[in-house]
Design a protein around this ligand. Structure first.
Ligand code: PMP
Length: 403
């Protein structure tokens, strides 16, 4: 008689019948690593990519008041009209691109849902999507789940991980449909030089492609000596009609758990995204939409305070890296640094696992952000300065023991 466990047999049988597309999607390298971190406990984490601030109090207060009023219904599928108007005003003043609040703005459950909707709205099976790598972990699987083909283009430390137009040109084929941009970039903190952005825009127009620009870190820019605002590709000539501009409240307003984002695009694209959203999500949570209204009406001051605080910590972290002797280019935005750990002779996964075991410090292997991230680790410096100092001490000891 077989000794095998019948429950595990039936579990195997179920796993075999899960969609092949889903089975082929690799587990996120970040998730694997964080299971190790959680098992350890008492860790200084430079791992999770989120602000260490709570949502500013005036936003929480607006949310509490709306709950007291019993504001707990569905909203229109596209989102509350007042929020869409405020978003259209904000996008026009911040990015210099005008959208019609009624027809060209859709409120989503984070930029995550907006990305999913954008790919599903644009892609037919086999369409290729170009994006720069190392990049946010969800681009490739979200493209695959929309039946597209991911085409990563490597960025280089010597370019500050910005994207060369010539590399985009080489990656374009007759199957290319979309180019995805994310500046400032997760995980590198890279920003894009204007001349290269303009050259990429010309390529996109010339080849009649779409662009998805993930602007989630746009407010978190540093070293803007000239006072120039952040430039979105959507504002460049010929781009508005072919671009989906994605943005949200998670990072700049420290609202990650409230799950609120939006997409601005020409009406036909928003309408296509709406067709999916109305059935899959119905609408974004009203409570978070109320918070977002307050954020846009009164949130500029707290955003600037948080930005300044990240800048101080970025400088502290970079100084630490210099003293430790790990090369690290100066990130122009977001709240990540991406030091080069190759001199330790360890792979990025080995570096992170051993640093965690020996020093109780969590940073994320660069390889989790694509093959081109190997040799680097992502450090989120949105962490209290005293913990950041302790983390630097631990990394210093660790690197010295490996040199
Ligand atoms: N895009 C990028 C580049 C991100 O880093 C993240 C979150 N880490 C997201 C999108 C998703 O953000 P949201 O919380 O709005 O879903």
């Amino acid at each position: 008689m077989s000794e095998s466990d019948p429950s595990s047999e039936s579990e195997n049988c179920v796993s075999d019948r899960i969609s092949q597309i889903v089975r082929d999607i690799p587990r996120s390298g970040i998730r694997d690593f964080f299971e190790l971190v959680q098992a350890k406990g008492d860790v200084i984490s430079l791992g999770v990519g989120e602000p260490d601030f709570s949502t500013p109090w005036h936003i929480r207060e607006a949310i509490i008041r709306s709950l007291e009023r019993g504001q707990t219904s569905y909203t229109s599928n596209l989102g509350m009209p007042k929020l869409r108007e405020l978003i259209a005003e904000y996008v026009e003043s911040f990015f210099g691109v005008k959208y019609d609040a009624k027809e060209e703005v859709i409120i989503t459950v984070g930029v995550s849902e907006a990305l999913d909707l954008a790919f599903r709205a644009l892609l037919d099976p086999g369409d290729e999507v170009i994006y720069h790598e190392p990049c946010y972990v969800s681009y490739s699987p979200t493209i695959v789940m929309a039946h597209g083909r991911p085409v990563p283009v490597a960025t280089r430390p010597e370019d500050g991980f910005s994207l060369r137009a010539s590399d985009v040109a080489s990656a374009i084929s007759e199957k290319t449909k979309v180019v995805v941009l994310n500046f400032p970039t997760n995980p590198t903190g890279a920003v894009q030089p204007l001349a290269e952005l303009e050259a990429i825009a010309r390529l996109i127009v010339k080849h009649d492609l779409f662009c998805i620009t993930d602007e989630i870190y746009s407010e978190l820019r540093y070293d803007i000596q000239t006072g120039d605002p952040h430039v979105s590709i959507a504002s460049l000539p010929g781009m508005r009609e072919r671009t989906i501009l994605l943005h949200g409240f998670s990072k700049a307003y420290a609202m990650t758990g409230l799950r609120l984002g939006y997409a601005c695009a020409p009406h036909a694209i928003v309408e296509a995204m709406m067709r999916i959203h109305q059935y899959s999500m119905l609408c974004a949570p009203i409570t978070s939409q109320v918070g977002a209204i307050e954020a846009l009406e009164n949130g500029a001051g707290p955003v600037e305070e948080m930005r300044k605080s990240y800048e101080v910590r970025r400088n502290l972290f970079l100084q630490g890296m210099k003293e430790i002797g790990l090369p690290c280019f100066t990130p122009g935005g977001a709240f990540y640094a991406f030091p080069d750990i190759r001199k330790t002779g360890l792979s990025s996964a080995e570096f992170c696992v051993q640093l965690l075991e020996e020093e109780n410090i969590a940073v994320v292997p660069g390889s989790a952000f694509g093959a081109t991230g190997e040799g680097f680790v992502r450090c989120c410096y949105a962490t209290a300065p005293d913990l950041l100092e302790k983390a630097l001490d631990g990394i210093r000891r660790f690197v010295a023991s490996r040199s």
